[in-house]
Design a protein around this ligand. Structure first.
Ligand code: PEP
Ligand code: MG
Length: 323
């Protein structure tokens, strides 16, 4: 089976009726690129930059970050690289930043919210990214966006840093895409408004499921509520993907769901353009997607959207698709 998968390393991911999707990887450092290549990743769909900040007791400098982003972009040789700006807080802490103690850290000062409180940290990261942007196909993604004002503010700060760099004579890519993670229900529901202003969406199902079901993703007591296949989630995904397409934008997914076998038929049917997962899941997902037709998966998802429970959806997929 492993040998069979290995043959797919350099193949495109195309359904039996000719629909093409991108299978890309989630990474946490430049070292992970080896695995991305070995497993046929067509790019990076999520670079979690937190590790840069967790490595030492001090904040990474602009120069240190620039070197890492450049290395990743050059390593991917012009293929797309989506870098997520700092997503600290929630369960993740770092020594260099004194986070306030909160009752519900997952609902508190986390990710973009923290970056707005510590604009110095945010601007340093954005400058490093902008400087690195000329070394490949960089796409910048903001995490935990809940409102359009937040997106506009984050993008405004990015544009300010871009103008400053240009005034300093530094080259910055002019094809840089700027997108958001969809991981808060408010943003998913309002995706048709966001789609007019962003370049892309990437759905973070780990958090989107957590916030939709009001169930802490770290709590084993409520783990039964981690239900990515619940029709509530599928209906949110449909709205997000349709909204992106209505504005000519692309929609990806970088939560764990994107790498799950049961999810592939559903996400294909919904029209997801980009699937980002741990590198080791890519080839199996490619094999599965190449074995089905988009038209059949559209018919399947039509039924799934009308199901009442996760169990019904899972049963439906298993009885329709061989895996
Ligand atoms: C997600 O929330 O699905 C996601 C990809 O981000 P993280 O797991 O880093 O919160
Ligand atoms: Mg998340």
């Amino acid at each position: 089976y492993k040998e069979e998968l290995k043959k797919l390393v350099n193949e495109k991911t195309v359904t039996t009726d000719g629909h093409h999707v991108e299978l890309v990887a989630n990474i946490g450092s430049a070292k992970d690129l080896v695995g991305v290549k070995e497993n046929g990743g067509e790019g990076v769909g999520l670079f979690r930059t937190e590790f840069l900040y967790m490595e030492s007791a001090e904040l990474p400098t602009e120069e240190q970050q620039f070197e890492v982003y450049k290395e990743v972009l050059e390593g991917m040789e012009g293929k797309p690289v989506v870098v997520r700006t700092l997503d600290i807080g929630g369960d993740k802490e770092i020594e260099a930043i004194d986070l306030p103690k909160e009752m519900n850290p997952f609902l508190g000062v986390r990710a973009i919210r923290l970056c707005f409180q510590r604009e110095d940290i945010f601007r340093t990261q954005l400058r490093a990214l902008l400087r690195a942007s000329v070394y490949g196909d960089l796409r910048i993604m903001f995490p935990m966006i809940a409102t359009l004002q937040e997106f506009r503010k984050a993008k405004g700060i990015l544009m300010e840093e871009k103008e400053k760099l240009i005034a300093e004579g530094v080259k910055v890519s002019d094809t840089l895409q700027v997108g958001i993670m969809i991981e808060i229900p408010a943003a998913a529901v309002l995706a048709h408004k966001f789609a007019k202003e962003v370049d892309f969406f990437s759905v973070g199902t780990n958090d989107l499921v957590q916030y939709t079901f009001a169930a802490d993703r770290m709590s084993s007591g409520v783990s039964y509520l981690y239900q990515p296949f619940n029709p509530s989630i599928l209906n949110l995904l449909k709205h997000v993907i349709d909204s992106a397409h209505a504005e000519g934008k692309w929609a990806g997914m970088c939560g764990e769901m994107a790498g799950e076998a049961i999810a592939a038929p559903l996400l294909l049917g919904l029209g997801l353009d980009e699937f980002s997962m741990s590198a080791t899941s890519i080839l199996a997902q490619r094999k599965l997607i190449k074995s089905v037709s988009k038209a059949d998966m559209e018919a399947l998802v039509e039924k799934a959207l009308d199901c009442a429970t996760s169990e019904e959806v899972i049963e439906l997929v298993k009885s329709t698709v061989k895996m």
